[in-house]
Design a protein around this ligand. Sequence first.
Ligand SMILES: C[S@@+](CC[C@H](N)C(=O)[O-])C[C@H]1O[C@@H](n2cnc3c(N)ncnc32)[C@H](O)[C@@H]1O
Length: 142
Amino acid sequence: MYGFDIQSAAINATREKLQHNQLIDGVTLIQASHADMAVHIPVHHHGSIKACMFNLGYLPKGDKAIITQTNSTLLALIAVCSLLAPQGLVTILAYSGHAGGDEEADHVEQWADQLDVQFSVSRFLSAIPSPSAPRLLVVHKR
Ligand SMILES: C[S@@+](CC[C@H](N)C(=O)[O-])C[C@H]1O[C@@H](n2cnc3c(N)ncnc32)[C@H](O)[C@@H]1O
């Protein structure tokens, strides 16, 4: 399993939680952009990734100025689609409630809309209507 974040604070917090719960074995945490995942994930795993989860936005209790950006998020989504195994899943949780978040979430939805028939997309919205409610997209590779 691979985890990416550009911030050491997020990588360290994730490592501590995994160690605390004795789940660290088999996990590689990488401080780099998810846009570069194909460079960091060994070639022998390309095409066999079963699931990838994106949690966009900023690190809770962290620096709210460090947020995922539309361009690198879209590059990461394009990259993961080519790394996925058949029947693989990508989940994308996008937040609208911060500057840039709405635009990023809209672009992610537009990207999902133009995927070819190899992929199916499900969308989940909060039951409580709010402009800042997170949006969840699930992309399934047939
Ligand atoms: C909502 S937080 C998620 C934190 C953690 N991954 C989790 O799921 O609990 C969004 C994270 O995206 C990270 N981030 C921003 N740009 C990124 C990028 N290009 N590649 C990878 N992570 C990025 C931020 O540093 C921030 O920690």
